[in-house]
Design a protein around this ligand. Structure first.
Ligand SMILES: Cc1ncc(COP(=O)(O)O)c(C=O)c1O
Length: 380
């Protein structure tokens, strides 16, 4: 048998898979992996069933089902004041991760550097490496703000792109208007692509605005903005998302996409095209998840964990130095096995996993799940 020279020799099974397996092995409450434990909207189930019954079961067009692209472009116009052309500037993809991967495949040549802010969603670095790129890591400040001076210092003449993620997984932080201005200054000094991960776009709390790159035509000139239906419409298992980019970048993106995936699941696209006509379906999401965040934060006050603020996404990170000084990966193991609650150690979002003492909780769960988890955590 031939040996396989791995393109990702450092990489094993992701912590999300490991923690979810431990959660089911120990019958623990799973506040680890980021997926809702409540059913998706029944209307969407009906719409997808109808689409199948009406025989929307063959290949969709390569860039995506046009009525879906059109309804998304109407949304960009009304939410972000962005005019995006459905025929040439948006591509439906099998999930947000695939959109990010394809964007990186589109732009990277061997040796190109990509700035990644850590902690970072775990697909970014392997996606860069597999495409021959070099990740250049910059740690966020302790309060999860972006150290723009250090980002500036990390730029070299090989810098091809920067990855940004707002609302952020795992930190729950969001970009501010000042961050956008700092990004603009950075790019003025040295032009580079921006790969913007906005899969939690509607999960922004406390009346704050989502600073989508789509709002900023100057930044959009060199940007790929990636979204996920799964994350916001409680259907992570559908693995459907999209990438918005200017015409020339979209054309290059589609060259890769057409030979890797070609087109995505047709009935889901038909269903979402109908579903998104009702704006309330996405306009109500912020309030829906804010209620969960508030419930979780209130309940956690009775524990010895200390949560850091979460302004968006369905994640919050907590310190636990009043309980133990174990590193986070070890403590997460103890929590799931001995106390019945699965979390994700934040070290999993760093290339160097040593020395971290933070756990990520997913509060995008049923109230009853959160209650049970809090009850267990209170005993620690
Ligand atoms: C920041 C971030 N980007 C992308 C994704 C993946 O989205 P999808 O499931 O649509 O690939 C996730 C999922 O957890 C995420 O947290």
């Amino acid at each position: 048998m031939l040996s396989i020279p791995s393109k990702l020799p450092q990489v094993g099974t992701t912590v999300f898979t490991t923690m979810s397996a431990l959660a089911s092995q120990y019958h623990a409450i799973n506040l680890g992996q980021g997926f809702p434990d409540f059913p998706m909207n029944g209307k969407l189930v009906e719409l997808v069933t109808d689409a199948m019954r009406h025989n929307y079961n063959q290949y969709a067009p390569m860039p995506g089902w046009m009525p879906l692209r059109e309804v998304l472009c109407e949304k960009f116009e009304s939410l972000y004041g962005a005019t995006i052309h459905p025929d040439s500037e948006i591509t439906i993809t099998p999930g947000g991760t695939y959109a990010l991967y394809t964007a990186l495949t589109t732009i990277l040549e061997p040796g190109d550097e990509v700035i990644v802010l850590e902690p970072a969603y775990d697909s970014y670095v392997p996606n860069i490496i597999v495409n021959g790129g070099v990740p250049v890591l910059v740690s966020l400040n302790d309060d999860f703000s972006i150290p723009w001076d250090r980002v500036g210092a990390a730029v070299s003449d090989r810098t091809k792109a920067i990855m940004i993620n707002s609302p952020n997984n795992p930190t729950g932080s969001i970009l501010s208007a000042d961050d956008i201005e700092a990004l603009r200054q950075l790019i003025r000094r040295q032009p580079m692509f921006i790969v913007s991960d906005e899969v939690y776009e509607h999960l922004v709390f406390d009346g704050k605005a989502h600073h989508s790159l789509l709002r900023y035509p100057d930044l959009m000139e060199n940007a790929f903005v990636c979204f996920s239906f799964g994350k916001v419409y409680h259907c992570t298992g559908w693995k459907l998302g999209y990438c918005v980019a200017p015409k020339a970048l979209t054309a290059a993106f589609r060259k890769i996409h057409q030979y890797n995936c070609f087109s995505c699941h047709t009935p889901s696209q038909v269903a979402l095209a109908g579903f998104l006509k009702d704006k309330d379906q996405y306009l109500s999401l912020g309030a829906f998840f804010q209620e969960k965040r508030d419930f979780f934060f209130k309940g956690m006050e009775a524990t010895r964990f200390v949560l850091k603020p979460s302004f968006g996404s369905y994640f919050a990170c907590a310190t636990y130095n009043r309980i133990t000084d174990l590193p986070d990966a070890q403590f997460a193991g103890v929590l799931v096995k001995d106390h019945g609650v699965a979390t994700i150690p934040v070290s999993a979002f760093y290339q160097d996993p040593s020395g971290h003492h933070l756990l990520r909780f997913c509060f995008g769960k049923k109230q009853e799940t959160l209650e049970k988890a809090i009850e267990k955590l209170t005993r620690l």
